[in-house]
Ligand binder design. Structure first.
Ligand code: CU
Length: 273
């Protein structure tokens, strides 16, 4: 296949020494020690103080405190006849290689597991192959086109673009705290989406695998195609994107396989560079 345009959308490894430093200072703060001492000497406080700390975050191991989320994305597209566009995308992440199997420290973050326990105050590493997809768009006229998309893994039509594709991640590559609830579906092993665009509006419908990626970040999880989603978006100007979406996700969490989730999201993105 002749690739006529090859685009590196994001190609960086971001190491954030300030986060490391902040974690370190926090750990060393004398105030912290004083508070802990108080809590221990006052039995009432001891009983009522919930354990909101995460051992892993406060551990002295340097690897547990290392924060360097990273990803690289490759996109290629090719015109097919006069009205078609074929595109391919690949997204790779060396999160696990760089930061280990339990990801990086992120206060109040949750989502996915490490050694079959929920991750708390940490962001899980992303899969080595975080995206591998093909899409075909057929233009009927300048106002109307139809897109078919297949991803393994890929991103179903739920929510705003995942945080790593948002412009805000250029300055802050750490996952936002809403990641697990809002756009965690961006790595889904098995997605098929149909999208219909009319002028500035787009309607998409996805069939996908509900289960989130497993702890093995180097494999391809089993495709199940047991969940559904739709998204309605409007892009009124070049720097405004509005969407409303709903997803019916079957058994997303490995630790709570009986639970299904209906996720409803609405977002407005505005950017300026
Ligand atoms: Cu993610």
């Amino acid at each position: 296949m002749k690739i006529i345009s090859l685009l590196f959308a994001l190609a960086f490894i971001l190491i954030n020494p300030f986060t490391l430093l902040a974690q370190h200072e926090h750990h060393q703060m004398p105030m912290q020690k004083k508070d802990t001492a108080k809590a221990v000497t006052n039995p009432a406080a001891k009983k009522s103080t919930p354990n909101i700390t995460n051992k892993a975050v406060r551990s002295d191991s340097l690897t547990d405190r290392f924060d360097a989320p990273n990803w690289v994305m490759l996109m290629a597209s090719r015109k097919v006849n006069k009205r078609g566009l074929f595109s391919f995308s690949l997204m790779l992440s060396a999160d696990e290689l760089v930061m280990g199997e339990n990801g990086y420290p992120l206060l109040f973050q949750s989502g996915e597991t490490y050694n079959n326990k929920p991750l708390v105050d940490r962001q899980h590493p992303h899969d080595f192959i975080s995206g591998l997809s093909v899409a075909y768009t057929h233009m009927f006229n300048k106002d109307i086109d139809l897109t078919a998309y297949l991803g393994y893994p890929g991103e179903p039509a739920i929510g705003p673009p995942a945080f790593m594709h948002r412009i805000s991640s250029i300055n802050n590559p750490d996952a936002p705290l809403g990641h697990h609830w809002q756009d965690a579906t961006h790595i889904t092993f098995g997605v098929a989406t149909l999208g219909f665009r009319y002028k500035i509006m787009k309607f998409e419908f996805s069939n996908f695998t509900g289960r989130e990626p497993g702890e093995d970040r180097y494999n391809f999880d089993k495709p199940r195609f047991n969940s559904w989603a739709y998204r309605f978006s409007v892009n009124p100007t070049d720097n405004f994107a509005i969407q409303f979406s709903q997803a019916f996700i079957k058994s997303p969490e490995a630790l709570e396989p009986e639970e299904n989730i209906t996720r409803t999201t609405a977002s407005v993105l505005q950017w300026k560079i």
